[in-house]
Design a protein around this ligand. Sequence first.
Ligand code: HEM
Length: 487
Amino acid sequence: MLLSSSACAWRSCSSTVACLAPAAVSSVSSASSNAMRSTSSSVSVTHPMAAALRVLALDQQPLRRSSSSIAALTTITNAGFTLAKAGSLISAEALTLRIRVRGIVGSITNVTRAMSSTTAEASTNTSGQHDKKQSEQPPPRIVGFWLLGISVLTFATVVMGGVTRLTESGLSMVTWHPVHERPPSSEAGWEEEFEKYKQFPEYKMINKHMTLDEFKRIWYMEYSHRMFGRAVGAFFALPALAFMAKGWVPKSLRPRLLAIGCLIGFQGLLGWYMVKSGLDENLLQDRAVPRVSQYRLSAHLISAFVIYALTLWHGLNAIDRNVPFVTSDRRIKLLRAMAKGSVALVFLTAMSGAFVAGLDAGLVYNSFPKMADKWIPDDLLVLKPTIRNFFENVTTVQFDHRILGMTTLATLSAVFVYARKLDLPRRAKAGAHAMAGMALVQVTLGITTLLMLVPVPLAAAHQAGSLTLLTFAMYFLHTIRKAAVVL
Ligand code: HEM
C-alpha cells in the first residue's frame, strides 16, 4: 500500500506527494515490519523516489534496533533531504521518522547510491532469480530461534562426545539401535550388559579389573551422548514438520532443512560406524590400545560441525531482519572475503584437531613451540606413501595442527586489525573482537592441553573452544554480510 501510494504520488504531481508522505510515514510507524516487507515485496517499484521510500519502510524497524544500519539510515535521510529540497514538499522530520540519525549530510553521492541500489533492487523484482528471493516471506522468528536451539543442543552433544572419548567411555555400549535403547532395569540386566562388554577388546586389553559400578559409569556416559544425539533429532524433526505444515518455512529453506535432517540421521549411523571400528579385533591389530578409527572419528566430528554451522547460520538468517546492504565498497568486499577465509580456516584447523584426538597425538611431543627441541621433528614423513603421514603419523598430525592453529590465530588477528580501521557498525566490531579474542584463548587452551598431557577438563574446554571460535567467526561474517561502512 505504501509503495503504490508513493509511486503513484511521484507520477501524479508534487502536491500529491506532500499529502501522501505523512500518510506513508504514519503507515510505516504503525505497521509491523513483516507486514511492510510483504507489502513492499509484492509491488514493483519504478521510480527512485518510490524506491527511496521503500528503503525507508523496510529499514525502519532494524534501524531502531541496530546501529549497524546507521549508514543506510543516513543515506535514506539524505535522500529525503535532497528530495525535500528539490520539491520543497517532504519535511525532514517526516522522513527521519523520529529516529536518531548520526549526522545529516546532504550528499549527492549517497542519494544517488540509495536510489540506484533500491532501484536495482526494485528492478530485480520484476524478473529473474532475485525476484523469488525478494518476494519470499522471511520465516517467523520462532523458526530462527528453533534453529539456534538445535545448534546449542548440537554444541552440547559434541562436547559430551568429546568427554565420552576422553574418559574412554565410548566403547561401553556394544550394540546400537536408533530408537530403542534403555539402561538395564535390574541388577541381572546390568550383569548381562557387562558380560557383553567383556567379549570385546577394550575389556580384554585394558579393563580386565573393571568393576560393575565402574562399567555403569562409562556406560551412562556413552548413553547420555547417544540420548543427546537423539534429542537433536527429535527437537529438529517434530518442529520442522509442524513449521512446514503451518507454512512458516519459506520455499528456499525447505530443501536445506531436509538436508540438515538427513545429516542428523546420518550422524547417528556414522556414530555407530565409528564405534564399531573400536569393537572389531581385526581393525585393532596394529594398535596398542583399542581405539576407534581416526578417519571415522574425524568424519563424525566434521559432520557434527557441519550440522552446527548450518543450523547456526540459518538460525541467524531467520532472526535477522536487517535488509542486506548493497555496497560497492571494495574494502567491505575484501573484509567479507577475509571473514569467509577465517571461517574456512577455523573449520580446517578443527578438522586437523579431530585427527590429533583420533590418534591420541596430544600424548607425544608435549613441548611448545619446539617438538623435542626441534622446529621440524625427524619422523615427520616416515610413512610411505607420504600422504599417509598426514592422517596416520602422530608426529605429522600434531605438527599440522600446531601450524594450522597458529596460522588461524595470525589470520584472525589480521582480520581484526583490518576491521578496526573501517568504520563498521557496532555489532560487526563486537564480532571481530570476539573472534580474535577467542582465537587467542583457543590457542592458549591447545598449548596448555598439550603441555599437561591432555587432562580431560582442558581437552574438553579446547574442544568447546573450537565451536565457540567457529560461532564468533560465523557471527562476524554474518554481521558484515548485511552491514555497511558508515561513511
Ligand atoms: C584456532 C586454533 C585451534 C583450533 C580451532 C583447534 C581445534 C581442535 C579440535 C576441534 C580438536 C579435537 C578435539 C576433540 O575432538 O576432542 C583439537 C584437539 C587438540 N588440539 Fe587443537 N585447536 C587449535 C589450536 C591448537 C594448538 C595451537 C595446539 C597446541 C599446540 C592444539 C593442541 C591440541 C591437542 C593436543 C588436541 C588433542 C586433544 C584431545 O586428545 O582431546 N590445538 N583441537
